[in-house]
Design a protein around this ligand. Structure first.
Ligand code: HEM
Ligand SMILES: Cc1cc2nc3c(=O)[nH]c(=O)nc-3n(C[C@H](O)[C@H](O)[C@H](O)COP(=O)(O)O)c2cc1C
Length: 393
């Protein structure tokens, strides 16, 4: 009987063994790499940036702000619905009450026992300070202030020309013109004590919460604000002589709404300078009924209230859109301040429309078909003329 070879029987066993060995070797290499990168990571963590904490500040003067209201204002849902970034500001000064309300919405202490504030903060670190550049607030000298939430007051940091200094730091136009600019500044060193490595990311998330509170509060006051992150933080910090441990993350210009908001004042191609002029007859077509826009005129300006829930269908309590309402506010529980959030879309009066060639009351431009037709006619007539001349020759 011939002896059977054992090699084929061993083959599967040997291949499994070889595969196992290969996996072991690869695993070892991978583990070593993983171990290396883990060591590198923990080395990096050991060398992670340590943020300094700002020095204690002293104030030339402490100014008490009026108590903020917690009961007035528009319904939250309406504020959410209507919130917009608004970048145009009127010359009207901001009042101390309006300033106080905004600062409270940003960082106000809403529970004095726990110290909790209007906006949330990771592990209650509260790394933010709101500095205020004041250009035009009634009853407050222009300059730089710090909001002191515990006492609902302002600490004056002097710098009478803070407004000019900020503009000199190359900030965007809104921040150069607004009567107030809130400067939201993070002290990462303060956050790092409780949050370690996530100090910066948590602070930036917190800025979003603060910004949204301020947006909604602004809307409720029917005023204007925009959050701006586009600026050179180092330039702004040094222009305002802030502690180097402070990092400015948002500039928020704030004030009363300027009537010349670009989107607001633009009616399908008409510029701010060339707003369409409405006659009584033209205005009456904007009565808000059957899906039409709702406009009214007041002291020579035409306002668009189509988006207002209070002017739905063109009827506002007893008042009908599509007409001049100058002098008819007597019965109203409000003054003209409620007009602020609404676009001015035209001028109003008796004189005939000084129609700039391309703009009608509807804002529609001369139809391209008309232009094309005119050009076509010139070509045809011109061509025919030339042919006639040629024939005569
Ligand atoms: C000349 C006539 C009037 C004009 C031009 C006018 C205009 C306005 C405008 C633009 C708003 C803001 C709407 C919004 O935020 O969505 C408003 C709000 C309001 N209007 Fe009038 N209105 C007039 C007369 C009246 C009358 C006669 C009443 C009541 C009898 C009235 C009651 C109100 C109320 C209660 C509000 C809400 C106020 C607030 O939210 O603070 N209005 N009005
Ligand atoms: C993180 C962040 C940074 C922003 N930076 C600027 C800015 O530098 N300048 C500006 O005009 N708007 C800025 N905005 C506002 C946005 O342009 C605005 O929110 C966006 O156009 C949407 O419009 P709305 O806020 O009216 O809904 C910023 C908004 C956010 C959330």
């Amino acid at each position: 009987m011939s002896k059977k070879s054992t090699a084929p029987a061993l083959a599967p066993f040997l291949s499994v063994l070889a595969l196992g060995l290969l996996l072991l070797v690869l695993g070892g290499v991978f583990k070593r790499n993983e171990l290396r990168s883990w060591l590198r990571r923990s080395d990096e963590a050991k060398q992670a940036k340590v943020y300094p904490e700002p020095q204690a500040r002293t104030y030339a003067q402490a100014i008490q702000l009026p108590q903020p209201s917690t009961t007035k204002g528009m319904p939250l849902e309406k504020a959410i619905q209507e919130r917009r970034s608004r970048r145009d500001f009127s010359d009207k000064p901001v009042t101390m009450a309006e300033l106080s309300q905004l600062l409270w919405s940003a960082q106000g202490i809403t529970d004095p026992e726990t110290g909790h504030r209007a906006a949330p903060s990771a592990r209650g670190a509260y790394p933010f300070t709101v500095f205020v550049v004041v250009r035009n607030v009634s009853g407050l000298e222009p300059g730089l202030y710090e909001y002191l939430p515990k006492t609902q007051s302002l600490g004056s940091l002097m710098l009478a020309d803070a407004g000019q200094k900020l503009s000199g730091a190359g900030v965007q136009p809104g921040a150069q013109q607004a009567p107030v600019v809130f400067v939201l500044s993070a002290a990462y060193g303060k956050a790092q004590k409780t949050l370690g490595e996530s100090a910066v990311s948590s602070s930036l998330l917190e800025a979003g919460h603060i910004g949204q509170n301020m947006y909604l509060q602004t809307e409720s006051l029917r005023m204007s604000m925009v959050v701006m992150a586009g600026f050179d933080a180092a330039k702004v910090g040094s222009a305002l002589s802030l502690d180097p441990a402070e990092t400015v993350v948002y500039l928020m210009p704030f004030g009363h709404t300027g009537v010349a908001q670009p989107e607001a004042a633009t009616v399908k191609g008409a510029t701010t300078e060339a707003l369409p002029h409405f006659t009584a007859e033209e205005l009456s077509r904007y009565d808000g009924k059957e899906g039409r826009s709702a406009y009214y005129a007041f002291e020579g300006k035409v306002y668009d209230v189509t988006k207002s829930a209070l002017w739905k269908g063109g009827l506002h309590y007893t008042v009908q859109a599509g007409q001049d309402l100058t002098g008819k506010l007597e019965g109203a529980p409000h003054g003209t301040e409620v007009f602020a959030g609404f676009p001015v879309v035209g001028t109003y009066g008796d004189q005939p429309t000084p129609t700039p060639a391309a703009v009608t009351a509807e804002g529609s431009e001369v139809s391209p078909y008309v232009v094309a037709g005119a050009v076509g006619a010139v070509v045809v007539v011109g061509g025919a003329g030339l042919m006639l001349l040629k024939r005569r020759k």
